[in-house]
Write a protein of this length. Sequence first.
Length: 411
Amino acid sequence: MSALKRQQVHLQKLGPAESGELSVSGIRPTSLQMHTLAKRMTIFGITPKEAMEEYSGQGFDFKQLEVAFAKICTDYLSDYQLETAYKSLEFCCRMIYEVGPESRRVKKNTGEKVWEFVFCYMNEPGTSSAEAKATVQTKVLYVSTFKSDNATAVVEQADDYLSINVKQAGMLAVRVFSRVAQLGVRQNPKVYMLTPHAAAVFTKDQISTLCAHVGWEIEDGIKYINNSCQSGSQYFSENDMKMEIAIVAAVNAVKGLCDHTLRDSIIAKTIKQCVHNKHHFSMPLMLRIAEFASGGLPEGFDPEKILRDFEGVKINKRAAIKGAAETAITIGTEDTSIAFKGTLDDYLKNMEDIYTKHSLSYLNATDQGMKRQILDTAKSFGVDLDESMDANKERLRVLYNKSHPRTIPRI
């Protein structure tokens, strides 16, 4: 019996009046009257065994939880087939994709929530008249949050119900998910399934490459990835999770935190939990796995690099605009556009040089085809060899005045 259960039994023996409110008036010393009561703890005593179970740091037995859950969800330990319906799989999907996200929105001391999973079992009609109709038997799984200061998570079970917390339910769900994911990679073509937690660290298109890189079979690799990214995975066996993946997932989750003390404590806690549960660790293996921890983004899409490149483009654009405003002039009409660097006088001098160069080339050309090519080339620079140099300059000045209207100040 747990310490909490023992306390509940004692309170029930007292009866509703006494258990509802124990009389402790007049006990607090006068010198403490201005102190705020932090918490009232009723002491009935616990056994050494209860103390060992509660405070030795051994945690809970996940295998025992699986056995208890299998009594509520009888197909939990089934060998899944592609075309067969399973209650455990429906529980898994609803837990991961509905309850999980909703439970994370429950904040501390804002009201706890409980979700009821009702598992329905059909009893076949019997031979007697009283049993002529099929009946439905139900068993219930209660999944609850325990985020308040005075909330205590405890597994409670009976023949027709089981009460666990969200973290424990998530662990059960991911074990189902991993078995289905293994079934997926046996298909042709392969179907890669990752939980939201795993997909936040790795990408589906790199799973086979990762497994080959570290020497895992794909079926084992996808099981390790899904299981190890789940909160509470330290309670899984060595055959079902890898400490190296759990650490990589923790680092990926907190690497953006500004509070480095919090960041380091989360990573250290993950390591200590895995070590405490006798998981082995290999630094070379972790570093090889970390190569593929892209945060769920395709290869080459590194957020930090994208942000750096993005900022670089904006800086370069601002510099280019500033430089263009200082050194470049664009002159244009509806049918003509001339762009050049430097001042207008610089361009006129450059235009005169082009006019002279191409005019000499035009005069020295030996055939009409070459002359036409020289004319077209000169026009691409804004020079019309059919006109005089003065006419070219005047045309340029007219275009400049049209594209740069003068502002007459008010008097």
